[in-house]
Design a protein around this ligand. Structure first.
Ligand code: FE
Length: 341
């Protein structure tokens, strides 16, 4: 082979190799605790814009965590997406995530809604306010989460179990604000005020209140919005008997939490993973997310859905949500001591 021809064939081989690798890496693998219908259209849009294929695995949050753990270094997952900062913290604590640096994410996701070291970023926001039966409770009788332990609410409160991460995070936020001892006294008072032993999910608390089993329920905002807007006539009717009350507005604000994502510790497509998380935080994606999921956009300047806008603005607790993870085990033990089933 003449030198010139050899050189040319070398160049071609290198070119082919480059094309091959870029083809091979033009994908990203996502483990999502968010249902396919609630995220797939966004992922398709990402693929359309970047040419990066997204392989989606959906499942229950804790099952996906277990899977990530057992797959270890061999995991195909590049991103773990789940709800609740407490759960993201669990993933971080189990060394399943790695920190990332992204100026774009740091500028679009407010500080309170991302991990200080970049292990995870919030992508949508939900609040956990108080709901009351309109013809039984005067909103003027409500004020704070703390006041739910007062004797006037004896036998009138529905709230789900202490095994639920949303309640664990709520209690963690109270520990952050008030300390362990005060929060434990409060939790005992709350347990004493429960209308029934905790059972069911957030929607079930709203349904029970509508059915007359209690006057007050604690639930996440998107459940209420879904009940109000959904096709299920019975759920809609139930939700319409209740109204939302934003607690702690003269103090730290209502408890909020996020759904969010982080890059896995053993990601094989880290750059693509960062790109996808950046896309999910973009204005375009945030607007879509807000409409479909009935969650609040995590970034400023993007409108919430109409139903959420009707509930008015509220002051949200500005606690950095990584604290919810730090205080999770305190919260779990405290709720147990308080007899919160
Ligand atoms: Fe939920």
């Amino acid at each position: 082979m003449k030198p010139i021809k050899f050189a040319a064939s070398c160049v071609i081989s290198v070119l082919l190799l480059t094309i091959n690798t870029s083809w091979a890496t033009a994908e990203v693998n996502l483990y999502s605790a968010r249902k396919e219908a609630l995220i797939k259209p966004l992922l398709d849009k990402f693929t359309e814009q970047t040419g990066i294929t997204v392989n989606l695995v959906t499942g229950k949050a804790d099952a996906l965590l277990t899977r990530l753990k057992s797959e270890g270094k061999n995991t195909p997952a590049d991103i773990f997406l789940t709800t609740d900062a407490g759960r993201l913290h669990r993933a971080e604590a189990a060394k399943l995530l790695q920190p990332i640096q992204s100026d774009l994410l740091n500028s679009s996701v407010p500080k309170a809604y991302r991990d200080p070291e970049g292990y995870w970023y919030g992508l949508s926001l939900r609040a956990r306010p108080i709901f009351y039966v309109k013809d039984k409770v005067k909103p003027s009788s409500l004020s704070t989460y703390e006041a739910l332990a007062n004797s006037e609410f004896k036998g009138r409160i529905c709230i789900r179990s202490s095994g639920n991460i949303y309640n664990q995070s709520l209690v963690a936020s109270m520990i952050a604000a008030e300390g362990d001892a005060k929060t434990e006294t409060w939790a005992k008072g709350l347990v004493g005020n429960m209308a029934r032993a905790p059972k069911g999910g957030d929607r079930d608390q709203i349904k029970a209140a509508a059915a007359g089993q209690c006057d007050i329920a604690v639930a996440n905002t998107y459940y209420f919005a879904k009940m109000l807007s959904g096709n299920d006539a019975a759920q809609k009717k139930a939700a319409e008997k209740l109204a939302i009350f934003w607690p702690n507005q003269n103090g730290r604000g209502a408890h909020v939490n996020i759904s969010g994502a982080g890059v896995t510790a053993h990601a094989k497509h880290k750059d693509n993973a960062v790109q996808l998380i950046e896309f999910l935080a973009s204005e375009e994606a945030q607007a879509w997310y807000a409409q479909v999921n009935f969650e609040y956009p995590v970034r400023d300047g993007v409108k919430a859905s109409e139903i959420l806008q009707q509930w008015g603005d509220f002051k949200a607790d500005s606690l950095n949500l990584s604290r919810l993870g730090d205080l999770n085990s305190n919260a779990v033990m405290l709720m147990d001591r308080a007899g919160w089933k």
